[in-house]
Design a protein around this ligand. Sequence first.
Ligand code: PAP
Length: 339
Amino acid sequence: MATPSENNISNSPSSLSQFLQENSYTEEFREFLNSLPKETGWLTPDLYNYKGFWLEPFFLQGALTIHQHFQPQDSDIILSTFPKSGTVWLKALAFALITRKQFLAEQETHPLHTNNPHDLIPFLELSYAAKERPDFALTNGSRLLATHLPVSLLPKSVWESKGKVVYLCRNPKDTVVSFWHFMNKLRSELRGLEAMPFPEAFDSYCRGVCNTGPFWDHVSEYWKESLENPGKVLFLKYEEMKKEPEVHLRRMAAFLGCPFSEEEEECGVVSGILRLCSFESLSNLEVNKTSVNGDLGVENGVLFRKGKVGDWSNHMTEEMARRLDQIVQEKFTGTGLML
Ligand code: PAP
């Protein structure tokens, strides 16, 4: 079992390190947690099952507060992902897209040169876990927000409003590998814990036990919503975006009601945005290497690892890959969804 070492625990006043303190929760919330099924967490000591999804306690606290206080607006844009599916990339693209008249992608002064995308687009659940009524800035007339919460854990009002939701999903094998690397960094830097062996993390993931998991239920809920309400939810895939980024950036622009004009196409605006938001460009910016992330309390570099499709083959045995493929295939049967 992992051994805590006080010396490795970050002193940063990030939301995350605060949320990892036992005493940051009220007695009432702790009692509520005790009433829920729990399993060992990847970062937090426990994950709790709430309405079919496994959540870290501060995610659950945020989800409950969202239900009480979040007022959706018709101009909202919510970017949603299962963790480690390319959230940072999606945030960068959406921000650059929405603000392209204000900030040219080539400009040295573009906000993405000096801000990590997580700092430009807040997570709803983290904002509401920290504050009952967080303030959200407008970006070109819209609140640009993000969430890792599944459809069923967001209030009905979100689905009834005219606000738009862009969902990005990723192959589960690459997602679990990315998740495992990320969690091991956080375990070490925030809790002084040793790394979780990959087979242990993989087994939890295959049982659906990871923050906002099960993966397949998260993805299926958004897939279903995108089929039933295509004007409300745009469903994107990381691998397809890697293959044909122009196609999917144009889709996103049209979906959000700001399609590229002929003049913009001719001037190379699409490729400019893609270059600015590419893994190579973002990961080499100073802000994304050494600056400490306000939410996480660790350096932003932790958010940029390889940015590749297929890295799972460096971590999984064939048997593991078969097991996960089979689970996901079974869960997606009849949905028309393939990852
Ligand atoms: P989050 O859930 O903590 O917000 P998220 O951004 O969804 O993380 O996922 C991180 C993954 O996206 C990393 O994948 P990897 O571990 O397999 O390398 C990260 O490298 C990748 N990533 C970050 N930025 C980009 C980008 N601009 N283009 C493509 N992939 C990216």
